[in-house]
Design a protein around this ligand. Structure first.
Ligand SMILES: Cc1cc2nc3c(=O)[nH]c(=O)nc-3n(C[C@H](O)[C@H](O)[C@H](O)COP(=O)(O)OP(=O)(O)OC[C@H]3O[C@@H](n4cnc5c(N)ncnc54)[C@H](O)[C@@H]3O)c2cc1C
Length: 354
């Protein structure tokens, strides 16, 4: 029997960042994920970390705590892996109407230090611009494919990765921990994204699954120095490839890409981008969003060896680092988890279903 402190299930953004923290604090663990043929939200996402949100361009929740921690963590992982996947990249926004221009200008006037006026002329060769451009600084971008693949390779090399579909029927729980096949662990840490809605113990948490679609394009001469945000966002990924997305669909029929999204996105692009492009791919995935837009983190009230790290919604890249640290310290020292994200707020629902 192989003995570890934790079994981590799921190697999306959440599971990868959780695994990094366990590794950093020298907590012996095994990371389990399915083959890469399975679609996951983390491998469809654009990897943008934007400190401003909504029409009013207000700061995202806890940005001042989350962003510095995330930056430091991603740069530390780059050093550990000897790879490069994290960049500071300003976002150029294209307000769609005079009201939005006013929103931006009010925020700049009120002292929002991440928001700046911008010289739209420099973009006129590439885009049709109706109401000027604005720039958001202190935004980041991570190349998720590199980040996720390189951590997986690191875990394989150091013998703490297993590729398989975790079978919940093969788990035995005791007061002191869990056993799964030939592995015994003190904690089972579930980072399975939206699949948690159909898995035991946490399926009653109030998820609000949200489907998003993207197009992958080749655009040869668009400068890769910035992210461009109109009604859709263009994010440079690699080798003249661009990510164009996305939508937020709460009433989807299935997880597949739709012709409606493709037509809408291409129609918008036609009116926005002046450059020729080639469509390479069309993908869709379901975000593990939650009804009250806060993550689900912590220990099951009646099965405290079962732990969840999930519900990252639209902001996994900025939320996961800070809260993976909090959860790791809670596992290690029993310290507290921020009440707004701690699943103890749902203890009645969780207890009635366990
Ligand atoms: C179109 C789109 C754009 C997005 N853009 C951004 C963005 O720019 N910035 C941002 O921060 N967020 C973005 N998001 C949100 C982000 O992608 C999600 O919040 C994040 O990926 C959730 O990560 P996760 O690890 O919790 O879940 P997932 O990515 O779903 O990972 C879960 C993993 O668990 C595995 N798994 C599940 N069940 C099992 C099992 N039984 N056995 C083994 N493995 C299992 C899955 O295979 C998967 O690898 C976007 C999402 C979408 C769809």
């Amino acid at each position: 029997m192989r003995q570890v402190e934790c079994i981590v299930v799921g190697q999306g953004i959440a599971g990868t960042i959780m695994s990094y923290h366990l590794w950093k604090y020298k907590i012996n663990h095994i990371l389990i994920d399915q083959s890469l043929q399975h679609v996951s939200s983390s491998r469809v996402a654009s990897g943008v970390i934007n400190p401003l949100t909504g029409r009013k361009r207000i700061r995202t929740w806890m940005a001042d705590e989350l962003f510095p921690y995330a930056k430091e963590m991603y740069q530390s992982i780059e050093k550990v892996l000897g790879t490069h996947f994290f960049e500071e990249k300003d976002i150029i926004s294209f307000p769609p109407n005079p009201d939005m221009v006013l929103n931006y200008e009010n925020r700049i006037a009120s002292g929002e230090s991440f928001l700046h006026n911008d010289n739209a002329e420099q973009w006129q060769h590439y885009f049709n611009i109706a109401f000027g451009t604005k720039r958001t600084s202190s935004s980041f971008w991570l190349h998720l494919e590199t980040f996720l693949n390189d951590w997986r390779a690191f875990a394989i090399k150091h013998n703490f990765f297993k590729e398989e579909t975790f079978n919940f029927e093969e788990i035995n729980s005791t007061n002191d921990g869990v056993t799964y096949k030939d592995i015994s662990a003190k904690y089972l840490v579930l980072c399975t994204g939206i699949k948690a809605m159909n898995q035991p113990k946490f399926e009653s948490l109030p998820f609000s699954p949200n489907k998003g679609e993207v197009l992958i394009l080749k655009i040869p001469s668009l400068p890769t120095t910035h992210i461009f945000k109109g009604a859709f966002t263009l994010v440079p990924i690699k080798n003249e490839h661009w990510w164009l997305g996305s939508n937020y669909d709460n009433h989807f029929k299935d997880e597949k890409p739709t012709i409606e999204f493709k037509n809408k996105a291409l129609q918008y692009l036609q009116s926005w981008l002046k450059l020729p492009y080639t469509l390479l791919d069309h993908k869709a995935a379901v975000r593990p969003a939650t009804v009250e837009r806060r993550p689900f983190i912590g220990f099951h009230p009646t099965h405290p060896r079962w732990v969840i790290f999930n519900g990252m919604g639209t902001k996994a890249c900025s939320l996961a680092p800070y809260f993976a640290n909090q959860l790791t310290l809670a596992i290690l020292h029993g310290t507290s988890i921020l009440p707004e994200v701690d699943i103890r707020r749902f203890h009645k629902i969780l207890m009635s279903n366990s």
